[in-house]
Design a binder for this molecule. Structure first.
Ligand SMILES: *[C@@H]1O[C@H](CO)[C@@H](O)[C@H](O)[C@H]1NC(C)=O
Length: 491
């Protein structure tokens, strides 16, 4: 039944009240439609040197509408510069070469950025200081160094005080770790020290990080599990797990991040953002047309409760690319900013001892999983496992009766036309051999592991009912496992 108003004047009054309330909407980290866009590095200008008209604009230029909710300001790129003080570089907006620095330091004075920060905050947006970047001179040798930088960052950018604040009396809303190399030493101590400074503060501070999509992240993995973060902006680009391989269960790994968020992270309400390049020149790989990105984002939003929105690199690129930021915001808003309805566990329940072909789907442990290749192990949240979690789910799954079992799995017993095992041949998951009168199926890539041997590389499909096996033949080795880590184009 629709809502009806007895008096037109009442309806007008309610609409007017809603409009007034909607003018400034404070940032809400629990939503599903937040958009976080990096600002500071003039990525568009770096890629299109002659198109000066589209160079990065002052921060406030990007705060004029409701498209972007969060601006990580990039970057604090030197931790301990001259005078033991950090440095920041905001490309054409403010940097230590073109702008005045505080005496004895490489820290530029960026007063007008402070004015913009306050203007953006007045519109309900949050702005954080992003540490690192692909070209950063960053890292700690000890926890005490991490704590020392936390004290400095608190005083120079957050709720503390100092005579050398680059953004004047503007108080940023938190920090973001975009650490793309080096060890994880000191970062947990850094975050915890900031959190202890902020514990009595009058406003909320946010802690975010931007790992690359291979899970766990080489630099930030231990940090993410050691400190409490509010959001994680996963870079689904420049890697084999990037947006370009969204439709490949063996590569796409948003499920690993969701499982980590809800089961392992110190903050079980941490939000996972889908990180995307904002144009084809913003990253080496991963850029998608807006229709594709919107489809992926909305699918992730409906599949994973930890989904928080979309992150983009960067604002200059998004604006020069038909307001890519606004387009994704509209797609997320249309999909609903609040509430999560768990998809039903529609795939058959996983059945231990059964073998599945690549692409098979099962329900298990609150997720629907897809077999990356031939699989027989129990689905687990392991990047090297046989299964990829493609959606959270709830409710009881259809039982794994014989009718719902995979139809193309290994056929027990029939050894006709199956080659005998060879100790020198290379086998990939799913390939079959005969050995010792039994049919065997390789669980994964294997060479020199005897069927039935301690390596456990072969599943025993039972005694051959037909023994017309053929001679052993070599098989081609699979492509090597990709573990490429490219840096994104940032500076
Ligand atoms: C920094 O210097 C550049 C070049 O002179 C100038 O355009 C810019 O406005 C300065 N930035 C600030 C924040 O004052």
């Amino acid at each position: 039944m629709g809502l009806t108003f007895p008096h037109t004047s009442t309806a007008v009054w309610i609409l007017a009240a809603c409009y007034l309330v909607a003018q400034v909407v404070a940032f809400d980290n629990s939503r599903y439609d937040n958009v976080a866009v990096y600002w500071g590095q003039n990525s568009y200008g770096a890629a299109h040197g002659s198109d000066v008209a589209n160079y990065q604009k002052p921060l406030a230029f990007y705060c004029q509408d409701n498209a972007i909710d969060v601006f990580p300001i990039a970057f604090l790129n030197v931790f301990f510069g001259p005078g033991g003080v950090p440095s920041i570089n905001l490309a054409n907006t403010c940097n230590p070469t073109d702008n005045a620095t505080f005496p004895g330091t490489n820290l530029p004075q960026c007063t007008s950025v402070g004015t913009d920060i306050k203007a953006c905050q007045a519109k309900g947006k949050i702005l954080t200081l992003s540490l690192g970047g692909a070209g950063g001179s960053v890292g700690f040798q000890s926890d005490s160094q991490g704590e020392a930088l936390a004290d400095t960052v608190w005083n120079l950018f957050l709720g503390g005080s100092s005579s050398t604040r680059p953004f004047g009396d503007a108080v940023l809303d938190g920090v973001d770790l975009d650490i793309e190399g080096g060890s994880s030493t000191g970062y947990v101590a850094f975050i915890k020290r900031l959190q202890s400074h902020a514990s009595g503060a009058s406003k909320k501070y946010y802690y975010t990080a931007a790992p690359q999509c291979p899970f766990p992240d080489a630099s930030l993995g231990a940090v993410l599990s050691g400190a409490s973060f509010d959001a994680v902006y996963v870079q689904f680009y420049n890697n084999v797990c990037g947006l370009q391989n969204y439709d490949q269960a063996q590569n796409w790994d948003f499920g690993l991040w969701d499982f980590w968020a809800r089961n392992t992270s110190p903050n079980k309400n941490v939000k996972i953002y889908l990180g995307a390049p904002a144009s084809s020149t913003a990253a080496g790989t991963g850029y998608q047309p807006i229709s594709t990105l919107s489809n992926i984002a909305v699918t992730m939003r409906k599949s994973f409760p930890s989904f928080g929105g979309v992150m983009m690199w960067d604002a200059s690129q998004a604006y020069a690319n038909n307001r890519y930021d606004l387009a994704i915001k509209n797609a997320l808003v249309a999909a609903g900013g609040t509430g999560f309805t768990y998809p039903a566990c529609s795939a058959p329940a996983f059945s231990a001892g059964q073998s599945y072909t690549g692409g098979s789907k099962v329900s298990y442990n609150g997720y629907i999983w897809q077999a990356k290749f031939w699989a027989s192990s129990t689905p687990v949240n392991d990047p090297n496992g046989e299964w990829s979690a493609i959606s959270a789910c709830s409710g009881s799954a259809p039982g794994s009766s014989s009718s719902s079992a995979p139809t193309t799995g290994p056929t027990a017993g029939s050894c006709a036309n199956v080659a005998a095992w060879s100790s020198t041949s290379v086998y990939t998951g799913g390939q079959q051999v005969t050995y010792n009168g039994h049919l065997w199926t390789a669980k994964w890539w294997t060479q020199g592991d005897t069927p039935g041997g301690s390596a456990g590389a072969w599943a025993d499909n039972g005694a051959c009912s037909s023994s017309k096996s053929i001679g052993a033949k070599a098989t081609a080795a699979p492509a090597p496992k990709m573990n490429s880590r490219f840096f994104r184009l940032e500076e």
